[in-house]
Design a binder for this molecule. Structure first.
Ligand code: F0G
Length: 352
């Protein structure tokens, strides 16, 4: 436990004797059995893969540790990424750990406060681009093609190699692949990586079956669902506010090869799932993460029969990343009282 994904899964990763065995303790995240939603959607077993338990609070750390180790191995002098927030937090953390300078390009005004705070604390150079994520990623791709700086977005294949370890862990814990994987889709790297992981495990005889990959985009940022680039993507789930995903074709392949689907969920559906996940399951994911659960509700409401099935939803990042949204969207109604027993009793004894 806690040794990190490179050490744990080195035989499945592109590592050599020269690759440093870096780790900030990523991976080994909990797979938690649902206590309520499982019954509501009528499946045999429902689990949540809590990727918010990674060192920087999202699944990005799995891929970043491999990308960073390979960057060090090839004597890179600096790394760069575009990000809706989580990739930048992860790159910044691993860059600090490895002593590699990190520059992150983020869409101005569109990154959740917690993620921005992380990049600042870890000491990355932060560049706010007056444009959206897709503009920022294009800039990073062009810059890194021209200069000796390593790109650590998921178009770097080492990122996907690391991220596929999420599929290994799910399979290791369940003893086989699940029947269905529900997963949010933004730049489409993660659905690509999970599918790669499940296929590799089956090829190596570690599992007997493959899951159906069920990807979900936000309705205002659903280029894959609509079949065309979205030039001004809009959604409350800022992590997946992406109009031209880099791994678009790979996501389609994952969908088609697995007999799965890629669909969209509205912001209202995302927020309902976000609140329900927290208040009924005790799991505080970020809004983008709740898209997988919103997708699960939507699919079953549309007739998907999950009886007898084992289902996993990937909760990709921690709800703590976006405290503003939590406070503004959840009417928890804190009660203010004077600091005396009579006032407390007046409130607390009338709870039921
Ligand atoms: N969930 C969270 C919390 C994310 O941060 C992201 C992507 C996704 C889901 C979607 O994953 O892009 O592999 O399809 N965040 C990227 C970033 C884009 O910059 O942090 P994907």
């Amino acid at each position: 436990m806690g040794s990190g994904v490179i050490k744990k899964y080195w035989e499945y990763l592109p590592v050599t004797d020269e690759t440093p065995l870096l780790s900030l303790g990523e991976g080994d995240t909990p797979l938690v059995r649902s206590s309520h939603i499982e019954k509501q959607v009528g499946c045999e077993e429902l689990y949540f893969k809590l990727e918010g338990c990674n060192p920087t609070g999202s699944f990005k750390d799995r891929g970043m540790v491999v990308a960073m180790a390979k960057a060090l191995e090839s004597n890179s002098v600096a790394v760069m990424c575009a990000s809706t927030g989580n990739t930048s937090a992860s790159a910044a953390a691993y860059g600090a750990y490895c002593n590699l300078p990190v520059m992150v390009l983020i869409p101005k005004g569109e990154v959740a406060l917690g993620k921005l705070a992380q990049a600042m604390a870890y000491g990355a150079k932060i560049v706010m681009v007056d444009g959206n994520f897709d503009d920022a990623l294009q800039l990073v791709r062009d810059f890194t093609a021209k200069h000796e700086v390593t790109l650590v977005n998921s178009v770097n294949p080492h990122r996907l190699e690391g991220q596929k370890t999420g599929a290994f862990e799910v399979s290791d814990v369940l003893g086989d692949a699940p029947d269905y994987m529900f997963i949010p889709v933004g730049n489409a790297g993660n659905i690509t990586a999970y599918w790669k992981g499940f296929k590799e495990y089956k090829d190596r005889g570690k599992t007997n079956k493959l899951p159906r990959m069920m990807g979900f985009q936000a309705a205002g940022a659903a280029p894959i669902v609509m079949g065309e680039i979205v030039s001004s993507p809009q959604t409350i789930a800022s992590a997946i506010r992406i109009g031209n995903p880099a791994s678009w074709q790979n996501a389609l392949n994952a969908r088609d090869e697995s007999d799965g689907s890629i669909n969209s969920v509205t912001d209202d559906e995302i927020l309902d799932a976000y609140r329900m996940l927290a208040s009924e399951e005790g799991i505080f994911g970020e809004p983008a993460s709740a898209a997988s659960v919103a997708g699960l509700f939507k699919s079953t409401a549309q007739g998907l029969d999950l009886s007898g099935k084992r289902v996993v939803c990937v909760i990709t990042g921690s709800g703590l990343k976006d405290p503003d949204l939590a406070v503004s969207s959840i009417q928890s109604g804190a009660i203010e009282i004077p600091a005396n027993m009579a006032s407390l009793e007046n409130i607390a004894l009338n709870l039921g």
